[in-house]
Design a protein around this ligand. Structure first.
Ligand code: SAM
Length: 277
């Protein structure tokens, strides 16, 4: 594959060996790259932020299409390479740094930002939680991550993949699995398969969660012992909060014998409100 040879050569020229700790698996499939950019619907009015551009598999097309493009890359050698490549393009700005440590809201000040990235898989979930915090400014994200994790995030209630992360992210987002990508599309190939998610954040929660921290606590405790009935999983939390558990279930319209994985977002929201201290 031409793209694979190009990536290998680019690494050799830059003197870079793919680093595991930064999840460096470079996309070598132009059709997949194009499909990601298409899914993100990037056009001349778009403000785009690419996380982990690496060797730039997605970047040239993004730079050609977007009105403004921010690139955040942790690897100093790759960041310098990108800065040189786009030095003449005033619409592209390269930021060397850890996306989880940067104050994204102060770097990208425009509203309506679309985030794109073939994410480092080891920190994909923390990155999604960080993006959740930026959702007002950055309402749309198209990101590639480990397929197994992607499937968890789109799982329906009542299936084994449905869990804490699913509920906490989907409380603020409509998440769709856009398409699957083979591990053979990368250099070096990761051990796992990949998938692209299309995430549309909403500024307000998608159900009346009540106090957000208290909601998170209820969701975590419910799944903490996922094989247990909710009556048992939530006993300690209700005691700590001084709430009568059985009447909280009744107010929420949730069966005490139900298991966490069967509750949809609305049911969790009702339960969290009924369990408010
Ligand atoms: N976008 C490129 C592609 O599709 O070929 C590279 C994808 S590779 C899976 C992940 C990229 O994210 C690498 O370039 C890596 O150096 C970068 N990276 C890893 N951790 C990062 C972090 N915390 N902040 C910013 N970039 C990071």
């Amino acid at each position: 594959m031409g793209a694979r040879r190009e990536a290998r050569e680019a690494l050799a020229v830059a003197g870079v060996r793919p680093k595991k700790r930064w999840g460096q698996h470079f996309l070598c499939d132009a059709a997949v790259a194009h499909r990601i950019v298409e899914t993100a619907r990037i056009g001349p009015r778009s403000i785009a932020l690419e996380i982990g551009p690496g060797l730039g598999a997605l970047t040239d097309e993004l730079a050609g299409r977007a009105g403004r493009l921010y690139l955040v890359e942790i690897d100093p050698v790759l960041a310098a390479r990108l800065a040189a490549r786009y030095a003449e393009n005033p619409r592209v700005r390269v930021i060397e740094g850890d996306v989880l440590a940067l104050a994204l809201g102060t770097i990208v000040t425009e509203p309506g930002v679309t985030v794109i990235g073939n994410l480092p898989y080891n920190v994909a979930i923390p990155i999604l939680f960080a993006l959740r915090e930026q959702r007002v400014r950055m309402p749309h994200a198209v990101v590639m991550l480990q397929r197994e994790v992607a499937e968890r995030l789109v799982a329906r209630p009542g299936t084994p993949d449905y869990g804490v992360t699913t509920v906490l992210l989907r409380a603020f987002a409509d998440i769709r699995l856009a398409f699957r990508v083979s591990r053979r599309s990368f250099l070096p190939p990761p051990r796992v398969e990949s998938a692209v998610l299309d995430v549309c954040w909403s500024a307000a929660p998608r159900a009346d969660l009540g106090d957000e921290a208290a909601f998170r606590e209820v969701v975590r405790a419910s799944f903490g012992q996922r094989r247990k009935m909710l009556r048992n999983a939530l006993g300690a939390l209700a005691r700590d909060r001084g709430v009568d558990l059985e009447s909280a279930f009744a107010r929420a319209g949730v069966a005490p014998s139900a298991r966490a994985e069967t509750l949809d977002l609305d049911a969790f929201a009702r339960l969290a409100r009924a369990l408010a201290p």
